[in-house]
Design a protein around this ligand. Sequence first.
Ligand code: G1P
Length: 300
Amino acid sequence: MNSAPRVRKAVIPAAGLGTRFLPATKAMPKEMLPVVDKPAIQYVVQEAVSAGLQDILMITGRNKRALEDHFDRVPVTEQLLEAKGDGDRLAAVQHATKLGDIHYVRQGDPKGLGHAVLRAKTHVGDEPFAVLLGDDLIDERDELLTTMMEVQAKTGGSVVALIEVDPSMISAYGCADIEPIEGEDYVRVRELVEKPSVADAPSNLAIIGRYVLHQRVFDVLEDTAPGRGGEIQLTDALQTLAASDGEGGGVYGVVFRGRRYDTGDKLSYLKAVVTLSCENEELGPDLRKWLGEYTAQLTE
Ligand code: G1P
């Protein structure tokens, strides 16, 4: 048993250009696209805070000011709502501000996910940390991150979240070759490949956007050459750690079978919005009723 320090910090890379959503993202960060009634990024910050990670570092870039504004106070609006006695809206507006202690650093050059994570080195320091990618929303009823932090504390290595995908879909993800560990519900990762071709993929286990990493990943990232797409890939750095012994070596996987909502492309995003809206207490009943009528009409 390792006595790894407790994970306290979350890193949220949010420097991507949102090209898949153009023109919606021409003047607005993709992280601000609304999912039901909140920007997508707020779900991710909420998830980190719910797992006990109050200290959040966002890796941003040019044209991402709306992210900082969203998690900041908005005095004029707050005063207006207060004067009107609109307590519910005031609470909703203030909720984002009170979530956690959010810090920002810019990525600078867009050199890939590994490069973005490396920008967190100074802030994170000498302790394990979580990375949450904004394109994946994990249902708040499924405590994936907490489980991953437990596995990190137990193994002292790094932990990735995996899902089983249809083999034809594996090229959209990092892919893991794994072996079971007797008596444990997590697995050992033998090999990681970033977006392999279907023919070369070692399995149908895809990496999704949750990681709990040993700080040694920073040193490895510094020595990681650009990989797929000419970018510094986090997957490549983790492959180095998977093949390495000693402190901070080893990569483990938690196979996630819970509810995940992908907001990474237009169609998945629409499905996520419809699913979460249907489950929303206020909007769900009416929306479900209307959807039933609408889909009946479509099949007529
Ligand atoms: C990144 C990672 C990839 C992972 C994916 C999960 O890719 O590089 O390994 O499977 O996130 O969402 P991206 O989707 O940023 O291209």
